[in-house]
Ligand binder design. Sequence first.
Ligand code: PLP
Length: 709
Amino acid sequence: MGSKCLTQDEITSMIARLKRLAGNLWWTWNQECQDIFHELSPRGWQNLYHNAVAVLQEVSDYELRVRLQDKRFASHVRTTLKTFEAYLNETNTWGRRNAPALLKRPIAYFSAEFGFHETLPIAAGGLGILAGDIARSASDLGIGFVGVSLFYREGYFQQAINQDNWQTEYYTVLNPRYLPIEPVLDAGGSPLTCWVEINLSRVCFQVWRVNVGRCPVFLLDSNRPENEQRFRDLTLHVYGGDSTTRILQEMLLGIGGVRLLRALGIQPSLYHINEGHVAFLTLELMREKVSRGATFEDALAETRSECHFTTHTPVEAGHDRFSPDLIHYAFHQLLPQIAPSAQELLALGRVRPGDALEPFCMTVLALKASRSANAVSELHGEVSRKMWHALYPERAVDEVPIGHVTNGIHMLGWMKGPVRAFWRRKLGARWTREIHQQSFWERMLDPEFVSDEELWALRYKLRRALIEFARRRELFPAVHRSNPEFIRLDSLLNPNALTIGFARRFAAYKRAPLVFQKFESIARLVSDPERPIQFVFAGKAHPMDHEGKRYIQHIIHLSIHSELHNHLVFLDNYDVHVARQMVSGCDIWLNTPRRPLEASGTSGMKIGCNGGLNLSILDGWFREGYDGTNGFAIGPDSHADSVEEQDQVDSENLYEVLANQVIPCFYERDAQGIPRRWIRMIRQAMATLVPRFSTWRMVQEYTEKYYLR
Ligand SMILES: *Cc1c(COP(=O)(O)O)cnc(C)c1O
């Protein structure tokens, strides 16, 4: 770069490109880009919750122009813009080489939630986070992919803890102006609108576009002046309200989503039904064919050839079921356009088509109207084939047509700055490509490549960052903040202690309090002066789930009033940001689902690239990943029959592994103070788990197994 100052025109063009960059979620997985917004306004970046769009609005154009006269900063911005634009225009992608057909006719990925980043909280949990990670990897791989979901203008709830340590919920309104989303406009420059016949009305919706690297995700929004208030509020909350709201939301998304794609001229080669919530899209595909003269049977057969379905849970309540009355109510106008009679339509959602009392199940609809289906781990595949065997009575259980593709995570998105800097130092600028290679992670077995000392130093840095995050965050309920104890926050957690994390939705089957079942024994481990352990918990309970809320209350209570005080902390308002802190800072990631109910689980995959280890029931993904050298298993590859017995046995096993394997291994130090055996295990985990349980592998597997058929 020369020493000349930038011309006004150059600056104007850079600012326009920077705004385009802020409007693309690419920055959520690019460190250099985040550094720009952080440098522009360190406090804004923090207070606006790492929102590039909002930071650019907070910094005036005049300030931007002035700041870009700083040569070092301008050069950093220019390099990053070039990297971004090269990414968008890259032609030599995996997708172009291996799935060129999808570039013309993309995969339409429908999902009721997409979780990308803390600034856009429109996901309730793992399902949405997974969808977001898939979209990011689809972009990285260069696959033809468009996402379809809803714009929930108050998003998922925020969690507050009241004086009784009880979870309460509140909502904040998301203002699209300050978010990395943009309105989809029609030819005349007005918001594009489409509509869906719901009940007796025509419900109008507008659309927002999220740019996820190279892939768009469209969010439907019914908050339009044309609509009655009850329909404007359909897209208020993620999974809002009762089953009437649910069915109407699902109609808007499934049917409206297909109509949107038509309006945009997008012709998908396949509709990917991500969980039953979105399965009404199949009814719209059928309606289109019937309106062109097809019979009901032919319309179904043709629709089947266009859809793939992924089921995500063996938990009964996770499968939407609607009463026949509700179907009549919601589909009042559309039913006659799809099926010759209500019976035929209802039969699509029933295991026993003739049973007038059987509710309409979205999973059944999805299975009947898709050409292929999959579960999200090997064990979940087995469980799902049993669960839906009745739909295929002529087949043996293991012939039930539900395969599996085990879930993954988008690695770059789950790394914090120091980890990205660590790999960048090792590998230079090409590191973001290398880390997707199996061979890169195999090099982790070689101490010449990365030494024990370096890895241990990284672990210390990350653990301390988490502890300082916990200390800084207003983590205690209000009652505690007015307490003199609050001043002693610096004694909260110990940077040298083995740190165990647990963060997920507080669904009962995940058994958050299981580790405290043997309370006396755990309290002894916690206060061992030589080999202390400590816990960081986080998670939201569904607003209606009192049992989950009791678990939260119990854990917060222990953190304040028991011997675990200062050694156990509950971080409130679990979201992507809190998750990123936890999965990088914890040494051990605890996972205690009631087997086999954790279909896959993904949070444990996020710790691998940060040097953490799993301590887990052999359920979901870890059952496939665990090989005896790359983490810790709780109990055998089987489970007791009764819930009581399972809880009892699992808590005994958990304590046994913790006390006799995990703690001794972590505290076994050599003369240099390095836990060699522990670090060997981290290396094993990196080599065997990280490249395998990533959405990079997963999206390739979907493409080869299901998308290109
Ligand atoms: C990863 C993640 C989840 C999913 O975690 P599970 O282990 O599958 O329960 C849920 N919420 C957030 C915020 C996450 O980051």
